[in-house]
Design a protein. Structure first.
Length: 364
């Protein structure tokens, strides 16, 4: 009898650490667009990991159309989704549809972008997006040696889409690092365009970033004024900025520092070529894994693990959050972070692997 009790206790302990496997529960995953590489990877990683855990998945992309995303979420509710995972296009536009979800007993996880202005969001999973900005600002500070150099250095600012809460966090993080050097006159902004609302690019469009950079070059950098640095919050904007500089005749001799985020394939190639200085890497596999864990905890009735219960106020409530750490990447470590880690592997993404390795070979 004692042996039986011991065996049963041992099994209970093992079961407490075992993963919770789904029994066909349906998870709705709403992504903003498939026109950007990073959201394709987010969607693919999320779907693969949820299905590996035994869930059924309804994955939808909304082409950056808010009304389409709302309609997709309504359909997910109608078809009986047990949990919603939403990377919103406009974080403030989903209150009514999420109220319906809550009334139907469906929990909602805001994925990477905070859903704002509503009580009907339960959890938030993302990276530390303020830290993304501080990594970019710190890189600029160190690359220009702002603690020691006299300056002044000329800087232009770009912000992300104003309807994306993360864009504000990226920008604030970078400016908080750079502000002392702005106040000291070491960083000068010839265009005078620094307010987030002025420098923001709606929809994160590469072409729009290129057009704005064209305007900046034509207005302030045609008479020999040196452009030392462009703060770009992500890779889609950084690509447009680089395209503009190339078209304007900038060369490696007068190429500015350009920051970025996401380690998209064209930008990784640009880093190797010296056309982008750095990137903040957010491994979507890590975020997907954390979200899958959260889904399992919700559906099993377990306590949902979070690591931030203070900072993500959506205007109505503080949303319990789990934040993953972003990683700095540049020409010195991209191979380890992106290739050796399998993020862009020869087996799973041969096209990306080929483009990056070909660029590396050409740069030797």
């Amino acid at each position: 009898m004692k042996k039986l009790v011991v065996v049963l206790l041992a099994l209970a302990v093992l079961m407490s650490f075992a993963p919770v496997f789904a029994e066909g529960e349906l998870v709705g995953v709403a992504m903003p667009t498939n026109s950007l590489q990073r959201w394709n990877q987010d969607g693919d990683n999320m779907k693969a990991q949820l299905e590996a855990a035994g869930y059924k998945v309804d994955l939808q992309y909304a082409n950056n159309d808010v009304a389409m995303q709302i309609s997709q979420i309504e359909n997910m509710i109608t078809e009986g989704c047990d949990v919603l995972v939403i990377a919103s296009i406009d974080g403030g536009a989903l209150g009514d549809v999420l109220k319906t979800a809550t009334e139907n007993g469906i929990k909602t996880i805001a994925y990477d972008r905070l859903i704002t202005g509503t009580e009907y969001v339960d959890y938030y999973t993302s990276f530390d997006n303020y830290k993304v900005g501080t990594i970019q600002g710190t890189f600029i500070k160190e690359a220009l040696d702002l603690d020691n150099a006299a300056g002044p250095f000329n800087i232009e600012y770009f912000g992300g889409s104003p309807d994306d809460n993360n864009a504000h966090l990226f920008y604030q993080g970078a400016i908080d690092v750079l502000q002392p050097y702005i106040d000291a006159g070491k960083l000068v902004n010839p265009s005078g365009q620094k307010d987030f609302e002025t420098v923001a690019i709606l929809g994160w469009g590469t072409d729009d970033a290129q057009a704005r950079m064209d305007t900046l070059i034509n207005g302030w950098y045609t008479s020999g004024t040196k452009l030392d640095v462009v703060l770009s919050p992500n890779d889609s904007l950084a690509l447009g900025i680089a395209n503009s500089l190339t078209a304007a005749g900038f060369t490696k001799e007068n190429w500015p520092i350009i920051t970025g985020q996401d380690c998209d394939i064209p930008n990784t190639v640009n880093i190797i070529k010296g056309l982008q200085s750095m990137c903040v890497f957010k491994d979507t596999r890590t975020l997907a894994a954390r979200t899958v864990t959260m889904v399992g905890q919700i559906l099993s009735g377990a306590e949902v693990e979070v690591n931030n219960t203070e900072d993500y106020d959506n205007g109505v409530k503080v949303v319990p959050s789990f934040l993953c750490d972003p990683v700095f990447s540049n020409v010195d470590n991209y191979k380890e972070i992106l290739l050796d880690s399998g993020y862009y592997s020869k087996e799973t993404n041969p096209e990306a692997y080929a483009k990056i390795t070909e660029a590396a070979e050409a740069a030797k």
